[in-house]
Write a protein that binds this ligand. Sequence first.
Ligand code: C2E
Ligand code: MG
Ligand code: MG
Ligand code: MG
Length: 288
Amino acid sequence: RAKAEGRGTFRIFTPAMDEEAEARRVLERDLRQAMDDGGLSLHYQPQVEGRTGVLVGFEALLRWVHPVRGTIGPDIFVPLAEETGLIVALGEWVLRAACREAAGWAQPLKVAVNLSPRQFQRPDLPDRILAILAQTGLSPDRLELEVTESIIINDMARAVGILRRLRSYGIRISMDDFGTGYASLATLQAFPFDKLKIDRSFVAQLGSEPQAAVIVRAVLGLGRSLGMGVVAEGVETQAQRDFLAEEACGEMQGYLFGKPRPIADYAAALEHPADVAARAAGPRLALA
Ligand code: C2E
Ligand code: MG
Ligand code: MG
Ligand code: MG
């Protein structure tokens, strides 16, 4: 074992540790490469109004097709990029691509983009986002940023300041995976979130675990009391949808309405005429 004896000591790694570290280095190098050579793309998952099922926007989700290993999920490469710091460049790539693509949509629906805690450690984050909006021509009120409770670990006051600035531009902020982290109710009070996204682990248990319904109702009540909207993620069944609609959940997202796919697959939903009447009626998604 490596001992912390300062300079001149040998660090002894087991072959397994060595191999793992090497595999990660290679993966990071390939990911960096993918940002330049077209290996990355965004898929989009529909978000619908809870009451009506009308399409209101899409969440952008990053996809990586590795030239040799094929598709690698964000659950693998996002944590890696977070550890190495590559997430800052990667996150900027995602923001730029999502804003550029959304600016070209047939209707001005909103686009939700996931932000990593590491991106929050950069004081220039609001400026960089403003620059991307200016470059792509996307209106700030069409951009929604999804953050997790972990943005507060380092410097809560600074994170609040950054969120306030972003909101002052008209950008909306939602708290992702709500209920799985360690945010206290005081955090919710201090943070200017527009929306809470109920984690899909709770939605998945609706109908099987009676406690899940209690928790989902409580989050909906919390959102109402704090003036925040609530989005349910991971809605897969009509029964889950019915329960959530009954409980007046504002927005829903999940395989029931559509899986994450290239935006071209949702062209029909987006290609409705942009006149006011048609927009009020909204494009309806066929239930999958
Ligand atoms: P997330 O932001 O909570 O995204 C929702 C995840 O749930 C997505 O997985 C989505 O495909 C999946 N999902 C949505 N509806 C359903 C459903 O009905 N059933 C099931 N079983 N799953 C559903 P995905 O695309 O694999 O992304 C996983 C996580 O990776 C995301 O969780 C997010 O934390 C992270 N991620 C993805 N793209 C980005 C990105 O551009 N930047 C950052 N920082 N993180 C990202
Ligand atoms: Mg998300
Ligand atoms: Mg989520
Ligand atoms: Mg999640």
